[in-house]
Design a protein around this ligand. Structure first.
Ligand SMILES: *Cc1c(COP(=O)(O)O)cnc(C)c1O
Length: 373
């Protein structure tokens, strides 16, 4: 008989992760899942998939939205649709690796530009400098930590050079720019519904398009490229979202206002307690940032390391997003000097943020951060 290996016991009595997926009540999940059972329809664009698509379109105020199986697949599809193969793409070094690994999979050349020191996003200035020096075929800005980047500037660049602007908006589902949805800008936005995101479907994501033709092509591509009569002229892949994943999304969408309110209160509490101790992400334009992460910037990397260590000893898992730097392992064409990136991103630490974090924990975390300074 096979031996059952015991799982390791948790050592620390208290361990607060940097984030934790939100789970709806299992009754509620079963309410939606039982519909899939009754319909005997569990994937390939069923009624729950349609309900989630319609509700998200209304909630976000967008016209052309396509659900997919994860945010990375959304990026791959966007890069494929905009023909980035063998093209040079300007993007940011300060992002989750998927932005760039999906680019490598699309056989595009990654051209890293510098970021801004205030919002830590791809700098439109830096991209403009690159455009003067060489041919750039597309720009992929990332709305990092939900803070919108210089959307207007990038739209201007797209028009002037006639190149696509594809956003990795994986962390920015509900972000606004000057009071408007970020989805009013650019050609394609890719969002992620991974379990750790504010809104999730366990695994999942979506593409939001400016053009109907792009949506229609993507609809075929996520289903192997099969067309109405069953023929394939444009080879696709399988990137469909199942009914069971859509069911989770419907549950979370119901609870989202509560989740946002709760996490927004935590963010404001952190900001109040830490305003004299660390720096926050800021912008020179008006933007709404959904409460998804709690990034803070220290004055020195040593302070960050001390704070991280002190928090860990006390059972709080802060995390360096995104460390190590992507450009250390992604094969990229480094033309511009990443002066700002190199001086800013090694000082950024994300503090714990999740729906059920108590005020007491936030107070303790802030005290520990201040003790490390
Ligand atoms: C989460 C995330 C992704 C990847 O999304 P998945 O759904 O996990 O594949 C890509 N880019 C950024 C910026 C992310 O935060």
């Amino acid at each position: 008989m096979a031996k059952v290996i015991k799982l390791a016991q948790r050592t620390s009595s208290l361990s607060i992760p940097v984030t934790q997926p939100y789970l709806p009540s299992s009754d509620k999940y079963m309410h939606y899942v039982s519909k899939a059972f009754d319909n005997k329809w569990i994937t390939n664009g069923g009624p729950l998939h349609k309900e989630l698509t319609d509700r998200l379109k209304e909630y976000l105020g967008v016209k052309y939205l396509l659900l997919v199986n994860n945010g990375t697949a959304a990026l791959q599809l966007a890069y494929h649709i905009k023909n980035l193969k063998n093209k040079t793409v300007a993007t940011t070094p300060f992002t989750f690796p998927a932005t760039l690994t999906a680019m490598a999979w699309a056989n595009a050349t990654v051209h890293l530009c510098d970021i801004r020191s205030d919002n830590w996003n791809l700098s439109a200035n830096s991209v403009n400098e690159s455009l003067k020096l060489e041919k750039i075929d597309a720009v992929v800005p990332v709305n990092i930590f939900g803070m919108s980047c210089e959307l207007k500037e990038f739209d201007r660049i797209g028009k002037k050079y006639n190149i696509p602007i594809i956003y990795d908006s994986a962390q920015a589902l509900l972000s606004k720019y000057e009071g408007k949805s970020i989805f009013e800008y650019g050609d394609i936005h890719c969002v992620s519904f991974h379990a750790t995101k504010l809104f999730h479907t366990v695994e999942g994501g979506a593409l939001i398009f400016k053009n109907k033709q792009d949506l229609e092509r993507a609809e075929r591509l996520i289903n192997f490229g099969i067309q109405e009569q069953g023929e394939v002229h444009d080879p696709g892949i399988n990137a469909k979202m199942s009914e069971l994943h859509a069911a989770m999304g419907l549950c979370i969408l119901d609870d989202l206002p509560m989740l946002i309110e709760n996490r927004q209160a935590s963010v404001e509490h952190y900001q109040k307690l830490l305003s004299d101790s660390v720096a926050f992400q800021t912008s020179h334009y008006d933007c709404d940032v959904p409460p998804m992460y709690m990034p803070v910037k220290f004055e020195t990397e040593q302070q960050l390391l001390d704070a991280e260590q002190l928090l860990k000893i006390n059972g709080y898992m802060a995390r360096r997003y995104f460390y190590p730097d992507n450009h250390k392992f992604i094969d990229s064409k480094l033309v511009r000097r990443l002066t700002v990136n190199n001086s800013v991103t090694n000082k950024i630490l994300c503090l714990p943020l999740m729906h059920n974090l108590t005020q007491n924990h936030i107070q303790r975390i802030c005290k520990l951060v201040q003790k490390a300074l």
